[in-house]
Design a protein. Structure first.
Length: 262
């Protein structure tokens, strides 16, 4: 469901009544006449819808985490806020950048439109910028030939089942964050798809190496062995960017998760 399109349609619909009343219907009413309900209701809803549309389009947008690909940073059921202007101001619906405010940085948690189906919003971590050579081999991340620093910490216990995963603190760019690795999962990417610039990637038994094309980004989930990401479906073009995720504002199963994350 394209909620932005629904909001935009409602804004146009109610706004049309506001304009029609200002230009025509108000002149037909006597000063003592009450507004008819079919004028009063749209006029009442229009400013609310307009404010929500503007906030959601240019400032912050709420999302709910639907999968475990970003565990332990984000878990299923987290309600998060996404900064819509961190990477530039974009026209609503068209998603065309009109003002360049900033660019994604390595380590950012970014929401974007899924390249294979832009009607779906995905969330992953930026690990590769345009021009970077990214290698994920034997479950180690290399950026431009440099292995990203990591250290092992206590195993992670998954909430939904009694299962432990090895947990590491990895530094991607300037951001330190937790990742999970499964010892029994293969190092090789189990399946891939045909995607634009597929020729920039080399797959082998140790993993994958890709050169990120201009205007694109390489994304990975923090739950490394349980994430379908750029290793599988390719690069994220700049036009698909939605914004930078930065805050957990609620989780019904665990209210203590309120707060910022890395």
């Amino acid at each position: 469901m394209n909620f932005a399109l629904i909001l935009f349609s409602l804004m146009l619909f109610t706004g049309a009544f506001v304009l029609a009343d200002a230009l025509y219907f108000r002149k037909l009413r006597r000063k003592t006449d009450a507004e008819p309900w079919w004028i009063e209701y749209p006029k009442s809803f229009f400013p609310v819808i307009l404010i929500v549309f503007l906030l959601r389009s240019f400032l912050v947008e709420p999302f709910k985490i639907p999968s475990g690909s970003m565990v332990p940073t984000l878990v299923v059921g987290d309600f998060i806020l996404v900064n819509k202007f961190a990477y530039g101001i974009r026209l609503p619906l068209l998603n065309v950048k009109i003002v360049n405010v900033g660019e994604p940085q390595r380590g950012d948690v970014m929401v974007f439109r899924y390249p294979e189906d832009p009607s779906l919003d995905y969330i992953k971590r930026v690990v590769g910028l345009p021009g970077d050579k990214i290698a994920y081999e034997n479950k180690r991340l290399f950026v431009n030939g440099v292995e990203q620093p990591h250290r092992e910490i206590a195993d992670y216990l998954h909430r939904e089942r009694i299962h432990y995963s090895r947990q590491f603190i990895e530094k991607t760019g300037q951001v330190e964050h937790a990742i999970l690795v499964e010892d029994d999962a293969p190092a090789a990417v189990p399946f891939t798809r045909r995607f634009p610039f597929r020729e920039n990637c080399n797959y082998n038994s140790e993993g994958v190496t890709c050169t990120v094309p201009p205007g694109h980004y390489f994304m990975m989930g923090d739950n490394r062995d349980n994430s379908a990401d750029s290793r599988v479906w390719g690069f994220v073009p700049d036009r698909n960017i939605v914004g930078r995720a930065f805050f957990i504002w609620f989780n019904f199963d665990d209210p203590k998760r309120f707060g910022r994350f890395h």
